[in-house]
Design a binder for this molecule. Structure first.
Ligand SMILES: [Zn+2]
Length: 394
C-alpha cells in the first residue's frame, strides 16, 4: 500500500483524551495533517511517536491572548505575531485568537494589516481570527484598558470595522449596555463574529436582553464583570448571575491561578460544566519572559506595568493588568490546584473555546477529519511534544 507520509504519524504508548474520557491502549494516527483516529496497532510506513505513558490531548486553543516573549499583538508587526505564536506554541497552544486592546481606528487598521501578513506565513500556532477587546467598553469597568481609547460605537464606526476586518475578526468583547451595542451585534452577525460581554456594568436584565441579540459569551468572568449589587436601594443581579441563569451562555476564566481563586474555578465548573467554560491565559507581553517591567498593549509610557508575584500589575499596584501565564501553567492549575478531571480541563482548553468561536469542525478534539493539533504531556503535566496540523513543533 502506498501511504502519503506528509505530516503523518502514529502516537503509541499514550493516555489518549478522547470524547471526555481517557483511553488507554491503541495508537492515534494522523496523515496529511488530519486526525485519522485510533487504531489497534500502527499502520505500515507511519513514523512512530512514543508518548512514553504521557497524556495525548488536542492542542490548546486560547481565544483571549495579547502577547508573550516581549511582544504584544498591538505592536502591529508581523514579527510580533510570529514570535507570540512561537512562544505560546512551546507551551502547548496550537491555535490563538490574537487579542487587541482599546486603541485608535488607525492603530486597529495596522493590526489588521499585520494579522493578514503574519497569517500567510505561520510556522507555529495557527491564528483563528482576531479578538477585539474594546474599544466599546464601560469606562467604570475599564480594568487596565487605556481610558483615552475607550469610545461608544456608531453605525459609521462599526461599518468601517466590518469593511476593513470583517473577514478576519472572530470575536468582539464589549459592554452591551452602551448605546448602539445591540445594533452592533446585529450588524456584525453576518460576519459570524462572536459577541461577548466584557468590561461591563450591565445588570442581569440587560444581559438577558443582550443574549437575544447575540451576546452569547462572557469575557473573563469575575474580572471587570458585575454581580449582585444595590442600585438606588434596589438589589440587581449582574452578569455573573445571567451566566448561571442562561443555559446557553458560555464564559471564559483566566486560569493563571492569580486572577481567580481555585475554589471559584471549581464552583463555576460545578454549576455550568466544561461545555460552557473556556480557560484562557489573557497573557500579556511579559508571558514567557523574566521581565520585571513591561507594557500592557502598546509600548507607551502610560501603559507601563510591573511584574510581581507571577502577575502584571499597574505601577501603583491598584489593579492587576494582565496575566503572564502560559497554557501549560493554566492546565496544571486547573488539574492540581482546583482538582478538576483531566478530560474536563482538556475540553475547557480545546473544544469549548473552539465552539465559542465556531471553529469546532476544524479544531478542538482528536476526532477523525479535524486538524492534527496535538499536545503530549508527561505524567507531571509538562509539555513533551506539540504538533500543529501534523507538523512537530516541540
Ligand atoms: Zn484581555
Amino acid at each position: 500500500m502506498n501511504y502519503s507520509l506528509n505530516n503523518s504519524g502514529c502516537i503509541v504508548n499514550g493516555r489518549f483524551v478522547i470524547n471526555g474520557r481517557i483511553k488507554y491502549g491503541g495508537c492515534l494516527c494522523y496523515s496529511d495533517g488530519k486526525i485519522e483516529g485510533i487504531a489497534a496497532k500502527p499502520p505500515k510506513n507511519y513514523p512512530i511517536i512514543n508518548a512514553e505513558d504521557g497524556y495525548v490531548l488536542p492542542g490548546f486553543i486560547d481565544i483571549h491572548l495579547h502577547g508573550g516573549g516581549g511582544y504584544d499583538f498591538m505592536d502591529a508587526s508581523a514579527e510580533a505575531f510570529a514570535e507570540i505564536s512561537r512562544i505560546h506554541c512551546l507551551h502547548g497552544i496550537t491555535s490563538i485568537a490574537p487579542t487587541t486592546t482599546a486603541c485608535t481606528p488607525e492603530k486597529l487598521s495596522e493590526v489588521f494589516e499585520a494579522y493578514r501578513k503574519a497569517a500567510r506565513c505561520l510556522k507555529y500556532a495557527d491564528f483563528l481570527g482576531l479578538h477585539l477587546e474594546g474599544p466599546f467598553i464601560s469606562p467604570e469597568m475599564k480594568g487596565a484598558q487605556n481610558i483615552n481609547c475607550i469610545c461608544k460605537p456608531t453605525k459609521e464606526i462599526i461599518e468601517s470595522i466590518a469593511e476593513k476586518g470583517g473577514d478576519i475578526i472572530v470575536r468582539l468583547s464589549g459592554a452591551p449596555e452602551l448605546p448602539f451595542m445591540l445594533e452592533t451585534a446585529q450588524m456584525l452577525a453576518p460576519y459570524g463574529i462572536t459577541m461577548s460581554t466584557a468590561h461591563s456594568s450591565a445588570t442581569c436584565e440587560q444581559i438577558i436582553k443582550a443574549y437575544d441579540y447575540g451576546y452569547r459569551h462572557i469575557t473573563h468572568l469575575y474580572c471587570s464583570t458585575t454581580s449582585v449589587r444595590k442600585i438606588k436601594q434596589t438589589v440587581h443581579a449582574g452578569i455573573t448571575e445571567a451566566y448561571y441563569l442562561i443555559d446557553g451562555m458560555t464564559a471564559e476564566l483566566i486560569g493563571d491561578g492569580r486572577h481567580i481563586p481555585s475554589e471559584l474555578l471549581r464552583m463555576v465548573h460545578k454549576i455550568k460544566g466544561p461545555e460552557k467554560i473556556a480557560l484562557i491565559t489573557d497573557a500579556m507581553r511579559a508571558a514567557g519572559t523574566d521581565c520585571a517591567e513591561s507594557f500592557l498593549g502598546e509600548k507607551k509610557p502610560e501603559n507601563r506595568v510591573i511584574i510581581e508575584d507571577g502577575v502584571a500589575k499597574l505601577p501603583d499596584r491598584s489593579s492587576f493588568s494582565g496575566s503572564i501565564a502560559t497554557a501549560d501553567t493554566v492546565f496544571k492549575n486547573a488539574v492540581l490546584s482546583a482538582g478538576l478531571p483531566i478530560p474536563d480541563v482538556s475540553r475547557m482548553m480545546s473544544l469549548t473555546p473552539a465552539e465559542i468561536i465556531n471553529k469546532e469542525n476544524q479544531k478542538g478534539s482528536l476526532t477523525p477529519g479535524k486538524d492534527a493539533d496535538i499536545v503530549i504531556i508527561d505524567a507531571e503535566f509538562n509539555i513533551k511534544n506539540v504538533f500543529v496540523r501534523g507538523n512537530k513543533k516541540v
